[in-house]
Design a protein around this ligand. Structure first.
Ligand code: FE2
Length: 315
């Protein structure tokens, strides 16, 4: 049986005046037409790009050649650049991660995941450009965990809202990559990035829609639930996500661009092109609201440290 709740389509004509979203699926995954990303963007265009990301969760642009700085600026439309992960950095823009796979470096991101959900405050979203495409394959799939939530029965939705889950990079391929760099790199990461807990159901502060927040890449367990039951529930959810109704399968053109809301989507980069070369340039961006909070926290902590020093030293 299909979902019993009828779809309410987003009214594109009413909502958008400066860009043209063309949905690839109902209320999910849209091409964006009518925007030249190599030129400075006006505020009304930026505002509608943000709206499109909240409405469609992943947005696509036909090939446009962006410089590293233009790529960083595009991500900046949605939020300040975040720290990113362990990938190499572009020499012209340290915010830009170079995810390069070839014969000697086999692909490692062929797993369903939400970027960096193993942090307390994962990035809000990600903007990528595939600058070298393999002769065939190398597609990326995204799923909407908003849709996955909305299609569940009310009783299941209610139950999942009571749960939290533990996320850690230790169950991902990062662990092997770090181990290759030596014990110290691995120990440093273990010390710095401890497992974190997130609610299983979260609400997108921008769209107001609820979504499921567990992923097979980084979610280790459900808190306070017997391991066998928790494993069964996670297996069900990971399987549920893969319904074709929740998924868009994207074939890249060289210099094509995609931006996604990292809260309510998961993605999977197919590894079928190996041993050919594929170059993915990525900028992750933070939620501006978290950055304001973080800077307040930093200021508070340094104020506290100064006060402590004063007390201890009498200075
Ligand atoms: Fe990713």
């Amino acid at each position: 049986m299909a979902n019993t709740k009828p779809l309410k389509p987003i009214n594109i004509a009413k909502r958008y005046k400066h860009i043209k979203p063309v949905p690839r699926m109902p209320n999910f995954a849209a091409w964006i037409e009518g925007v030249d990303l190599t030129k400075p963007l006006s505020e009304p265009v930026k505002k509608e790009l943000r709206q499109a990301l909240w409405d469609f969760e992943v947005i696509f642009f036909k090939p446009q050649i962006l410089t590293p700085k233009q790529h960083v600026a595009l991500a900046g439309v949605f939020g300040p650049s975040s720290d990113g992960s362990y990938f190499e950095r572009n020499v012209h823009a340290p915010e830009l991660e170079m995810i390069v796979f070839d014969e000697k470096r086999p692909p490692t991101i062929d797993s369903w995941h939400t970027d960096i959900s193993w942090k307390e405050q994962p990035p809000l979203g990600t903007a990528i450009q595939i600058t070298v495409t393999p002769p065939a394959g190398g597609n990326t799939c995204w799923i909407s965990t908003t849709k996955a939530y909305e299609w569940l029965s009310p009783a299941m939705q209610k139950y999942l809202e009571t749960l939290s889950a533990v996320h850690t990079w230790e169950i991902a391929s990062f662990r092997d990559s770090l181990a290759k760099k030596g014990d110290e790199a691995l120990f440093a990461a273990l010390r710095e990035f401890k497992p974190v807990t997130h609610p299983v159901i979260r609400k997108n502060a921008d769209s107001g829609r609820k979504y499921i927040y567990v992923n097979s890449g980084f979610t280790k367990k459900i808190v306070g639930v017997d391991r066998h039951e928790a494993d069964g529930m996670l297996r069900f959810l990971f399987d549920w996500f893969k319904r074709p109704e929740f998924m868009v399968h994207h074939q890249w053109e060289t210099n094509g661009i995609a931006i996604w809301d990292n809260r309510s989507t998961q993605h999977y980069a197919l590894a079928d092109y190996w041993p050919h070369l594929r170059v993915n340039q990525r900028v992750t961006f933070d939620d501006p609201r978290n950055v304001v909070q973080k800077s307040k926290d930093v200021k508070r902590v340094s104020k506290d440290k100064a006060r402590t020093k004063k007390i201890l030293t009498g200075a």
